[in-house]
Structure formats: C-alpha cells, structure tokens
Design a protein around this ligand. Structure first.
Ligand SMILES: Nc1ncnc2c1ncn2[C@@H]1O[C@H](COP(=O)(O)OP(=O)(O)OP(=O)(O)O)[C@@H](O)[C@H]1O
Length: 210
C-alpha cells in the first residue's frame, strides 16, 4: 500500500448464503476524487460499499480505510455512508436530521449545506412531511456534513429529477474540492460522466486492475 491509498481492497471475496456476491476484488483509491462504482442491479455495488463502510467484514481478503480495517472505523468524520434506504428520524426537521452528526460532536455545520441541496425552504419542516427525493437529499446532506475523509453513497440520484440531480452532482464535486474521497454506486450516466475513476462491477467482479 502506498501512503496515498485512502481505501484499499485486496482480493476481497464475499459470500451471502449460497451466493458469492463479490469475487477477488482488489482496488486502491487515493483521496479527494470522485470514484464511481458502476454496474447492473445485483452486481454487488451495495455490498462493496457496506464492506468499505465497515458494516461487516469480508468473507476473505482485506478492506482497509486509512490503513486500518474498515470494521474498526466508527467515526462519521472518517467514513460516512448513504445507504439506499437512509434512516432519517421522521419527527426531526430536515435541518435537524442533516446537521445531527455535527451537533452530536459540538461542531458547526457548513452554513450553505442545505442551500446547496435545495433544502433551505424545507429546513424547519418535519422530515415525515417531505417527499422521497427531499428525504434523499436530506440524507446526502447528513452524509457530507462532517466533510468526511471518505463518503460512500448508494444511488444518491435514485429519487431526483434532472434539476435536483444537478444539485446533488454539485454537492458531490464540492465535497471532492473540500478533500473528501467520494465513492458513488450508481448506474446513472450523469454521475458516470463526471467520474475521475470508473470502477465497473460485473457479477461481483471488478473489471479494472488495482
Ligand atoms: N443475504 C443474502 N443472501 C443471498 N444473496 C444476497 C444476500 N444479500 C445480497 N445478496 C445478493 O447479492 C447480490 C448483490 O447485491 P447488491 O445489493 O450488492 O447489488 P447492487 O449492485 O447494489 O444492486 P442494486 O443496484 O439493485 O441495488 C444480489 O444478487 C443479491 O441478491
């Protein structure tokens, strides 16, 4: 591993039940770039993000973030995950949900975060009174609020129209400018077109050399 590797996977295989979901995946990513994990439904994108987020260890192989096993990272300012179904607190407002990781750490959230994601007019509305797309953008804001070293986002444009896709893309590229390694799992060509690194996944196999 070079000192520049923020995320490194070596020969990762992951088995769920009788299914080999990922086979012999190796990759390395230095910091501050937009990397896109692209592949068809069921190709293993979410599973790979979850391994990098340390949700579970791989069946075999190693997943390192900052040189340490991903499962040993517990701080959202190092590794933050946007799952496909983000768990927001429905009774909290949009701003409270988006800012929660910062408030819990006594940090001031970036003042323009909600505006960047088109959420300013909704800031004080309870999250249960917002649309699915608005909830997804609230969760994206929560993922980025601590300017994490690594942000892992699963299908962040799944519920967005074209106008809001542009806002999400701007938020992701701004995060890269601020020093975050942004890794997105998607089949949205608009994100793929912006990628610094494209990581194509086919049936659990990565088709680029590490
Ligand atoms: N617990 C499990 N037992 C068996 N198979 C599983 C389990 N969890 C996931 N899989 C299978 O692993 C494969 C990869 O799933 P994953 O969710 O990582 O794919 P994906 O590329 O993110 O798909 P999508 O784009 O539809 O979200 C799928 O075929 C899925 O059915």
């Amino acid at each position: 591993m070079t000192t520049a590797d923020l995320v490194r996977l070596d020969q990762v295989t992951h088995v769920r039940g009788a299914t080999t979901v990922l086979s012999d995946v190796s990759l390395s990513l230095p910091s501050a770039r937009l990397a896109v994990l692209a592949g068809r439904s069921g190709s293993g994108k979410s599973t790979l993000l979850h391994l990098m987020a340390g949700v579970m260890p791989p069946t075999s192989g190693t997943v390192l973030v900052d040189g340490k096993p991903a499962v040993s990272h517990h701080e959202w300012d190092r590794v933050a995950l946007l799952p496909q179904r983000p768990a927001l607190a429905p009774e909290l407002t949009v701003a409270e949900n988006a800012h929660l990781p910062a408030r819990l750490r006594g940090r001031t959230p970036p003042p323009d975060l909600l505006t960047r994601l088109g959420l300013d007019p909704l800031a004080d509305r309870p999250t249960h009174d917002t649309s699915l797309g608005e909830q997804q953008r609230t969760a994206i804001a929560r993922t980025l609020v601590l300017t994490p070293a690594v942000a892992l986002l699963d299908e962040p444009t799944a519920h967005q129209d074209d106008e809001h896709v542009s806002l999400v893309l701007d938020a992701l590229t701004s995060a890269v400018t601020e020093g975050t390694l942004v890794l997105v799992a998607t089949h949205d060509q608009r994100i793929i077109d912006l990628a610094d690194d494209l990581l194509p996944l086919h049936s659990g196999r990565l088709e680029v050399p590490a």
